[in-house]
Design a protein around this ligand. Structure first.
Ligand SMILES: Cc1cc2nc3c(=O)[nH]c(=O)nc-3n(C[C@H](O)[C@H](O)[C@H](O)COP(=O)(O)OP(=O)(O)OC[C@H]3O[C@@H](n4cnc5c(N)ncnc54)[C@H](O)[C@@H]3O)c2cc1C
Length: 408
């Protein structure tokens, strides 16, 4: 009897690899182990529709509970994988149970980076990563009036938009001089700062929080290092995540900012793969190993590993893409824009529909599209095919992007 595939982590990537294996006809044992008490669910709605009270838990599930038994996927909820014994190809669980594997897939995701400020431990200082975090935050949001969001990245801004739409007073505190600075160009940052300000939020850039002020044992405000005090009855920090690499480190696998994998997503042990938010992988779109935190990356890496297990080994080369919804604006990003040396816009930010094209040495490397889904779809195809689009062509609305994108 083969030991089959053991998947550690039952998030987006872990679920998808089990799903893809069965869809491809893999008929060996599959064990999916997750340390959360829920069946696998999607995280994007946690800072969008679910937080806003427009979606319920059942809408988030990737498949209904009955799916797992029907597909002979042994799903273990609320179980932590605590150790990997590579020589005997076994994992140990928190319940002391041991499981053999032929192939082990680490789909362990990431955990939130926490504030290291005086007062950060006070009640009323929250983070958002899991369904339990979101359910707690949703309740707190209903009761709060003044919300301070620390961190002007995607999750902080989505949350700020939900809070503002619920009529709350919202301040966003960002250390950098612009919003979402790691991933978008100044033109997009400026558009989003204006969007949030126009809807009534206070956007404080270049602002460094130095302390959480407490009153009656709970958080009551944020003190900035220029002496400004922002009152708050709810403080949410969205200041990035740290990949879950401890299990891999303990097993002697190579780690950096993530579990290091090759172009086939195998770790330094060929029987062990790592995928999704926890994996640091080579990419056609960067010269260094990269860790990408997106649904696309989790799903496509899972599909790539499932194919390899079924005998169709191919390198992971998919075009990275991502989206964020804030108010009624959808930003869709294709490619990776870091290291660009030229930016051109297509359309006018004032019209709330425009795209920004990023080039390095005249080669297109990424496209951000605001409320222009057709540009996004065409851009993914152009980036994936390597077809050559010049900056002047990208900026010219008279030129149809689809003519540069291969059909299909
Ligand atoms: C609030 C929020 C909004 C987001 N919005 C978007 C969006 O709009 N668009 C987008 O593309 N992406 C978005 N993302 C990112 C996206 O959800 C992640 O990139 C994706 O979930 C990564 O999947 P994963 O399986 O690698 O990790 P996860 O989904 O985090 O799953 C990993 C799972 O493994 C579990 N685990 C960890 N260690 C162990 C262990 N030792 N044993 C057992 N289980 C373990 C974790 O608890 C977790 O359940 C969002 C994320 C969040 C938190």
């Amino acid at each position: 009897m083969p030991a089959g595939v053991v998947i550690a982590g039952a998030g987006q990537a872990g679920f998808q690899v089990a799903f893809s294996l069965r869809s491809r006809g893999y008929d060996g044992p599959i064990t999916l182990i997750g340390n959360e008490p829920h069946i696998p669910y999607q995280r994007p709605p946690l800072s969008k529709g679910f937080l806003a009270g427009k979606q319920e838990i059942r809408h988030l599930h990737l498949r209904p509970a009955a799916y797992y038994a029907a597909q002979a996927i042994d799903f273990l909820a609320g179980e932590e994988v605590t150790r990997i014994d590579r020589p005997s190809r076994q994992v140990e669980l928190g319940s002391s149970r041991q499981l053999n594997y032929d192939t082990l897939i680490l789909a362990l995701g990431a955990r939130v980076r926490t504030l290291s400020l005086p007062g950060a431990e006070l009640d009323g200082v929250c983070y958002l990563r899991s369904l339990d975090d979101a359910a707690d935050l949703r309740q707190r949001l209903q009761q709060a009036n003044e919300i301070v969001v620390i961190g002007g990245g995607f999750i902080g801004l989505e949350l700020a938009a939900v809070a503002r739409l619920a009529g709350k007073r919202v301040s966003v505190v960002e250390v950098q001089p612009r919003l979402m600075p790691r991933v978008v160009s100044p033109v997009i940052s400026e558009y989003y700062a204006k969007l949030h300000r126009d809807r009534g939020s206070e956007i404080r850039l270049h602002s460094v929080p130095s302390k959480i002020i407490g009153a009656h044992g709970r958080a009551a405000g944020v003190l900035l290092n220029d002496g400004t005090h922002i009152p708050a009855d709810l403080i949410v920090a969205g200041i990035g995540v740290l990949p879950n690499i401890g299990l891999a480190e303990g097993a002697g696998l190579e780690t950096a900012n993530g579990i290091v994998v090759n172009e086939y997503l195998a770790t330094t042990d060929p029987c062990i793969y790592a995928i999704g938010d926890c994996a640091a992988h080579p990419s056609l779109f960067t010269e260094t190993l990269i860790r990408i935190e997106s649904v696309q990356n989790a799903v496509d890496q899972a599909a790539c590993v499932a194919a390899a297990i079924c005998g169709e080994t191919r390198p992971y080369t998919d075009v990275p893409w991502f989206w964020t919804d804030q108010f009624d604006v959808k930003l869709q990003m294709a490619g990776l824009s870091s290291g660009y040396d030229q930016v051109v816009a297509r359309g006018d930010p004032g019209s709330n529909k425009f795209s920004v094209f990023y080039f390095r040495e005249d080669r297109l490397i990424a496209v951000d599209s605001v409320n222009r889904p057709a540009d996004h779809i065409a851009s993914r195809k152009i980036l994936g095919s390597g077809s050559h689009l010049r900056p002047d062509e990208a900026a010219d609305e008279g030129i149809d992007l689809k003519s540069f994108a291969p059909a299909g």
